[in-house]
Design a binder for this molecule. Structure first.
Ligand SMILES: [Zn+2]
Length: 164
C-alpha cells in the first residue's frame, strides 16, 4: 500500500515535469518562430526616438538610422553597426532579447548607435575595433549605460556586402 502511494506520487511528479518541459519547449519554439513581441518593439522604437533626438541635439544629425532585428547573427554578438556604401544601419540580435531585454535596449542599442554616428561623422577608425575615445564620448552623450572602450568583440562592419 505504502509503495503504491509513493509510486503514485512519483508518477504525478513525472507527469507534471513532462508538462513543464513541453511548456518550456513551446515557449522557446514560439519565440524562435515569431517576430518580437509588440511590447518589445515599442520599447525599441521609444529608445530609438530618444537616441535620434540626442544625435540631433549633440551632433546635428537627422539621419534615420534603421534598426534591423535579425535572427541570423552570431550568438555572441548582441548588436552590430554597419556602414555599407552610403548606408548606415544597426542590427540587433533577436535571440538575445529573450533573456536580456533591458540590456539590449539600454546598453546595446546606444553602444551601436554611437558606432553609427561615428560613421555618419565620417570617422571609420578601426582602432580598438572602433571603440575609440571619440566613440566613448558619443556613447556617453547618448546616455549609454555602459560605454566600455575595452570590449573585445568586433561589432562594426565597414564596406562589406554581406555582414554575416
Ligand atoms: Zn562596439
Amino acid at each position: 500500500m505504502e509503495i503504491k502511494k509513493i509510486s503514485n506520487i512519483f508518477l504525478f511528479i513525472t507527469i507534471i515535469s513532462a508538462f513543464f518541459l513541453i511548456y518550456l519547449w513551446y515557449k522557446d519554439y514560439k519565440f524562435n518562430n515569431s517576430a518580437l513581441d509588440e511590447k518589445i518593439i515599442k520599447k525599441i522604437e521609444a529608445k530609438t526616438r530618444e537616441l535620434k533626438a540626442l544625435a540631433y541635439k549633440n551632433y546635428n544629425i537627422t539621419y534615420n538610422i534603421p534598426i534591423i532585428i535579425s535572427d541570423k547573427m552570431k550568438n555572441n554578438l548582441f548588436g552590430m553597426a554597419i556602414f555599407n556604401k552610403k548606408d548606415v544601419a544597426i542590427y540587433l540580435n533577436k535571440n538575445r532579447f529573450k533573456e536580456n531585454l533591458e540590456y539590449m535596449i539600454e546598453d546595446t542599442l546606444p553602444h551601436e548607435y554611437a558606432h553609427a554616428i561615428m560613421f555618419l561623422l565620417g570617422d571609420f577608425s578601426n582602432e580598438n575595433a572602433g571603440h575609440t575615445l571619440k566613440w566613448e564620448n558619443i556613447c556617453k552623450n547618448l546616455q549609454g549605460k555602459r560605454c566600455d572602450r575595452f570590449v573585445t568583440h568586433d561589432d562594426i562592419i565597414i564596406e562589406k556586402t554581406n555582414p554575416f
